[in-house]
Structure formats: C-alpha cells, structure tokens
Write a protein that binds this ligand. Structure first.
Ligand code: CA2
Length: 146
C-alpha cells in the first residue's frame, strides 16, 4: 500500500470562498473529496490542511516515519519558511518524493511570490493548473513509481 500525504498550508481551507479568479470556485471540501476519491488501487490518499508551521513540519516528519509520499502546497510559507524547507529536505533526503504544488502560477503574480524556498529541495514542482495541479501531482507520483 502506498500512502500519499497531501499537505496544505495556511488559508487553503478557505478555498472557494473568495478570489475565484485566482484560485477557482472549487471549495476546500470539494478538493478533499476529489483527492480522496482519486486514490487508485493500492494507494491511500490522506488530505490535511494547517495554518500552523509546526504542525506542517510534524506531518513532514510523519511522512518519513510512515514512508509516505508527499504532495505539498505550502501556500504562503513557500516564500519564506526555512524551517519548512529543512523539513522537506529531511523527507527527500530519506528517498521519499515531495511534489510542491500550487493552484495558481506564482511566477505570474506579485514579485514576492516568484521566490520559493521550497523548490530547491522538492522532487518537482507543478503550478498554475488550478486544483488539477494536485491531480497532476498524484499522476507524477505514479509515473515515478512505475
Ligand atoms: O497558488 C497556490 O496554490 C498558492 O500556494 C496559494 C497561497 C499563496 O500564498 C501562494 O503564493 C500560491 C495562498 C493560499 C490562500 O488560499 C486562499 C484560498 C481562498 C481564498 C483566498 C486565499
């Protein structure tokens, strides 16, 4: 059984309630159901969201302990959290993939979003495809495993 942790950072639980031009109209509840139901035979997809940096870091440590693959939207922490970068590096250096995902394309937005302190230690990055970015990441994990 392959366990996939889909981790989400601050404010993503508000998806679908504002800024639909940037983030689309899919709600957080819709996204959770979509991802859970996208699990294929032999996969368990666990979706979590936190506004708390420490909790996200704890979940990344859990990924190492449970040998889970990770799809991660660090949200605004993407742009400045060295603590989260270090935790992602702990996962990838244990040989487990961490795919950084973004709903929007941060490079087409404000300058501060052009920097990701996570990308350099992530396995790969998928951004700009709306909530499909998560589905593309699940597919990329499968192709990498095959
Ligand atoms: O595009 C993405 O997925 C982001 O990671 C989303 C973050 C943003 O800080 C990153 O630059 C790019 C923001 C998530 C906030 O989520 C909201 C959800 C609904 C309404 C407003 C914000």
């Amino acid at each position: 059984m392959t366990r996939i942790l889909v981790l989400n950072g601050p404010n993503l639980s508000r998806l679908g309630t504002r800024e639909p031009d940037v983030y689309g109209s899919t709600t957080w509840a819709d996204l959770v159901s979509l991802l859970e139901s996208a699990a294929q035979t032999g996969e368990e997809v666990v979706v979590r969201q936190s506004n708390d940096e420490a909790e996200l870091i704890g979940w990344l440590h859990e990924a190492v302990d449970t040998k889970s693959e990770v799809v991660f939207n660090p949200a605004a922490f993407t742009h400045y959290s060295y603590a989260i970068r270090d935790a992602v590096a702990i996962v990838t250096s244990a040989g487990l993939p961490v795919l950084e995902v973004h709903i929007s394309n941060p490079h087409a937005r404000e300058e501060f979003r052009h920097t990701s302190v996570i990308s350099g230690v992530a396995t790969g990055v998928i951004a700009g495809f709306g909530t499909d970015s998560y589905l593309l990441a699940l597919d990329a994990l499968r192709r990498r495993r095959a």
